[in-house]
Ligand binder design. Structure first.
Ligand SMILES: [Mg+2]
Length: 303
């Protein structure tokens, strides 16, 4: 009953809420904009996630954020009141490391990104370079082929607050070799905003590297289906899985592509107005069900 149209769970009766809860065994939940914004938990989210666990649901935290290692995400979640352990965190930094390890990658990785990616690579024994500032000195035209490391066999692009022109030059130059792999963590346009300042997301950097390298990255984060393949190898049943997110073009798109049931909450990027726009312009898939905030689900259960 929940598959064909957007249904606001707030309008559901007690039996329908119970039917909804019985319709999945596994919960995949996005983090930023659903569970927290920056370092502030969204009210009711922790209690609801902990309730899912209490009633026997398997839980995974699926985040496109690549700036932390899984252990740090677990600590952040715990500090904000969520029961969470490292094995349940599927961050794009971890997915990049897992992917390269799974294909037997032995060379070095050039990273446009942060320590989250570097530390996850290190944990699986893969060497890397590139993290931190790389300034133009004395000017960008002075870069030579000797500035490139011949051992590099992959370029990974994630969120990098130190992005610079030399980094783009190096990434594109490594990618001039067809043998060099090109991975990206995600293509989110922006971070969920908690103020009037727009923070450009990783997609901004991925598109720039794609443009100057004239290649397309293999994107491992949502909406790419890599997470489903990863979890299916561990027994996930897509038909009994719920994806919860705050963005239609990443989280809900991901859920639909993977054959999961989808729940959109309105505490992050996609607003009520955004849902209307998506409905009218068909620019992204619509969720099966919607809630103003994740915590509303527990209120419905307890009412
Ligand atoms: Mg989000």
């Amino acid at each position: 009953m929940f598959k064909s149209a957007v249904f606001n769970l707030k309008d559901a009766g007690k039996d329908q809420v119970q039917e909804f809860l019985n319709s999945f065994d596994t919960v995949l939940c996005d983090c930023d904009g659903v569970l927290w914004i920056d370092n502030n938990a969204i009210p009711g989210s922790a209690d609801t996630m902990n309730y899912f666990r209490k009633i026997g649901k398997q839980i995974f935290f699926v985040t496109n954020n690549s700036t932390k290692i899984r252990g740090d995400f677990a600590i952040k979640a715990q500090q904000l009141g969520f029961i969470a352990n490292e094995d349940e965190i599927l961050s794009t930094s971890y997915l990049v490391a897992h992917y390269l390890k799974s294909i037997g990658f032995k060379k070095k990785v050039y990273i446009i990104g942060s320590n989250g990616i570097g530390d996850e690579l290190k944990a699986v024994g893969i060497r890397h370079i590139g993290i931190g500032p790389d300034h133009v000195k004395p000017d960008f035209k002075s870069m030579k082929s000797t500035d490139l490391d011949p051992e590099v066999g992959a370029v990974v692009v994630g969120f990098d607050e130190h992005i610079s022109y030399p980094k783009f030059m190096k990434a594109a130059s490594y990618l001039a070799s067809d043998e060099c792999l090109f991975l990206a963590t995600n293509t989110d346009e922006r971070f969920p905003k908690s103020s009037s300042i727009i923070v450009p997301g990783t997609g901004t950097l991925v598109r720039a590297v794609e443009t100057c390298s004239e290649r397309k990255a293999l994107v491992l984060g949502k909406p790419n289906e890599y997470v489903r393949k990863f979890l299916e190898s561990r027994g996930l049943d897509p038909a009994r899985t719920l994806m919860i997110g705050d963005r239609c073009n990443t989280d809900i798109e991901f859920g639909v592509r993977c054959g999961f049931q989808t729940l959109l909450v309105l505490t992050g990027v996609t607003s009520t107005k955004g849902v209307e726009k998506i409905r009218n312009e068909k620019i992204a898939p619509l969720p099966d069900v919607i809630l103003p905030k994740l915590g509303d689900l527990l209120t419905l259960v307890e009412s």
